[in-house]
Structures are given as C-alpha cells and as structure tokens.
Design a protein around this ligand. Structure first.
Ligand SMILES: Cc1cc2nc3c(=O)[nH]c(=O)nc-3n(C[C@H](O)[C@H](O)[C@H](O)COP(=O)(O)OP(=O)(O)OC[C@H]3O[C@@H](n4cnc5c(N)ncnc54)[C@H](O)[C@@H]3O)c2cc1C
Length: 336
C-alpha cells in the first residue's frame, strides 16, 4: 500500500486555502495511509481545520521564517516534512509557492515530480497522473515506478474537502531555518478591484480586437469600450481574458484598452483558464484562440458577424449583435 503525504503551506491566518483542500480530497480518494505535512508561521489552525479528514499523522514545520514564500525556506520545510513522513507519494496543490519549490525538493530526495496534474487517481490498481501536453491539446495518463513521487495538482480539478473542525495531534518537525539573503519588508499589490484575472470567478469575459476597430459610424470608440468593459467587470466580478490580437495592439501604436496585458491572453499561446461560463465579445473565435476555452463549460459570444468562428460549433449561443449596445444594456441592468 502506498503511503501518502499531503503537503500544504498555511495562509496568514494559519488555515488552509481552497487549493490545499482540493488536494486533500484527491489524496483521500487515492486510499493509502495519509499524513498531512504543514508549513507556515502558524500551523495548528490548519491541522484543526482538517482534523476529521481521517489522516493518520499531522506533521508541521512552524515558525515565522516559513510565513513568506521564499525558495530557500520553502524547500527546507518541504524536504524536512517529506523526510519525516517517509511517504512514497507526495501530493501538493499547485500554488505558485509549491510550483517554484517542489521540483528542487524532488531532486534532493532522489525522487521524481509531475506538475500541472489535473487528476491523480488509481487506474488498474496503481496511482496515475493525468495531465495535458502541447498547450492543452493532448491529454495523457501516466504512472511512475520511482518513489518518492511528487505530484503538483492544478487548482479547480477536485471539490475542496469539507468537514467539521476538531483537535489534531500535531507532531512538530524541528527545523532551523536556512540563512536567507532577502528580507520581505512589505507587499505591494493592486487593490482586489483592480485585479482583472480572477481564477475563481464564475464567468470569463473575453474582449477581442473588435472593441478597438472602426465601428458603424466610421470611428474608433476605445475609451467607451474601456468604460463598458471595466463597468461590467466591476459589477459582475468576472475574470478578464483577451484575444492575442487585442493584447498585441499596444505594441503597434494603435488604440488600446490600457488595462489589458499579455497575462490576459487566452488561447494556444496564452492561458487556458477554468470557469463555468464564458462570454466572448468582439472576438472572431479563431481556432488558436478557442483552444484556450477547453475548460469553459458554457460558451456564449457576441459578434456582428453571423459567420464568425463561434458560429461554427464553438459557442453554445451566439448573439449576432453589436457588443457596444449589448454591454451598455447589460451594465444598465446590473446597475439596478
Ligand atoms: C501560432 C499562433 C498562435 C496564436 N495564439 C493565439 C492565442 O493564444 N490567443 C488568441 O486569441 N489568438 C491567437 N492567435 C491569433 C488568432 O489566430 C487570431 O488572429 C486572433 O485570435 C484574432 O483576434 P480577434 O478575434 O480579437 O480579432 P479579429 O480577428 O480582428 O476579430 C474581431 C472581431 O470583432 C468583431 N466585431 C467588431 N466590432 C464589433 C462589435 N461592435 N460588436 C460585436 N463584434 C464586433 C468582428 O466581427 C470580428 O469578428 C494565434 C495565431 C497563431 C498563428
């Protein structure tokens, strides 16, 4: 029987965030003997949060040096937890923090790591990882003989574990923090409202290059486009995606939407976000863009062109309409 270590870092309040709880669901479904390994400034709240999950052991590296995301301290904590658990399989949520640190830990342990797993479950009696290759075009299921085997599970693929809190018996794993050269003096981040990429949003709103093209009156209305899109995002809390043509425009000296960057680009050479619903506006729906919609369950598009790419089986609903008019009206309705 495999022994499994679920590796999680805690949040500033000492609890576990959703990606860690999703990985816990996956770890429990594997069916082996489960240990939970926690790292952070505070770990007791996290252990208590999942005290009823059925894990056999709770291990923790606790202390202020492990509060910050930092390669040296994160790898040291993860390595100590892995050695203390001695598990053959190490499962961790693919947070930016673990994604940066765990490949190095696998190397230190003489193990192997698979990243961006979308499933980790038994197939023919042995654990197997599912992941996508070639920019989400091919899905593969693979297993490995090497142990320890570390797997980083992408968020949004499992339901988060939920259960009553309790009191877990936590074993402290002693670890002197390695010397660090950097000191974190503060965090500068845009206000939550200014953040346009929201992985947890129910809706993906995609803006295409049409927003910056000449409209029926022969003029460009980029400023109005910006107002309509921002107004909709504020009211709906949707996540903002863009087509490549739109995000590339800024380099061409054309009318641009100032809040769009390459980080918003969806598609073959962009991202492949996961949201229950998607609304595409002023975007033609060409194949290199639409491959990025692979994980959007319900797809709708607004385009003036009844013959656009979305009409060819790529959208569930296509509104043949002027996106300026539609979004103006939608914003009015949302404002009520
Ligand atoms: C190797 C390669 C990789 C690529 N990778 C990506 C990628 O990752 N992501 C990506 O997006 N693209 C990618 N592309 C580019 C892709 O093929 C398209 O060129 C791009 O998606 C087109 O963007 P668009 O639909 O916004 O612009 P356009 O093709 O210019 O379409 C604009 C659309 O807006 C509509 N429109 C205009 N005004 C209105 C209005 N008032 N109301 C409603 N509709 C309106 C028009 O009818 C038109 O359909 C890639 C291409 C290649 C070759």
């Amino acid at each position: 029987m495999e022994t499994i270590l679920l590796l999680a870092h805690t949040e500033p309040d000492g609890t576990l965030a959703k990606p860690a709880l999703e990985a816990l669901t996956a770890a429990l479904a594997l069916g082996g003997e489960l240990t939970i390994g926690l790292a952070g400034a505070e770990t007791a709240p996290a252990a208590n949060q999942v005290a009823a999950c059925g894990a056999k052991r709770y291990l923790a590296v606790t202390g202020e040096p492990f509060a910050q995301a930092r390669y040296s301290t994160d790898t040291a904590a993860a390595e100590a937890l892995c050695r203390a658990a001695g598990a053959s399989i190490v499962l961790a949520p693919s947070t930016s923090r673990w994604a940066r640190a765990l490949a190095g830990v696998a190397c230190r342990l003489g193990g192997r790591i698979d990243t961006h797993a979308t499933n980790f479950a038994k197939q023919n009696g042995a654990p197997a990882v599912t992941r996508w290759f070639y920019r989400q075009r091919m899905e593969a299921v693979l297993s490995r003989a090497q142990r320890p085997w570390m797997v980083l599970l992408d968020p949004g693929c499992f339901a988060p574990w939920s259960g009553p809190a309790g009191e877990a018996n936590v074993e402290a794993v002693p670890l002197d923090a390695p010397p660090t050269r950097t000191e974190v003096t503060g965090v500068q981040a845009p206000k939550a409202d200014e953040q346009t990429i929201r992985p947890d949003a129910k809706l993906l709103f995609v803006a295409g290059a049409g927003w910056t093209k000449k409209q029926a009156d022969g003029a460009v209305h980029a400023a109005e486009a910006e107002g309509l899109i921002r107004g909709f995002l504020r009211a709906s809390k949707a996540s903002l995606g863009g087509s490549k043509s739109l995000v590339d425009l800024s380099g061409e000296g054309e009318a641009v939407l100032r809040f769009m960057t390459h980080l918003n680009q969806v598609g073959q050479t962009g991202s492949t976000p996961r949201h229950p619903k998607g609304l595409s506006t002023c975007c033609h729906g060409e194949e290199p863009h639409v491959v990025g919609w692979r994980f959007i369950h319900q797809r709708r598009a607004i385009n003036l062109d009844a013959n656009c790419g979305w009409a060819r089986g790529k959208a569930d609903v296509l509104y043949v309409a002027d996106a300026f008019e539609v979004m103006r009206r939608v914003n009015e309705l949302l404002a009520r």
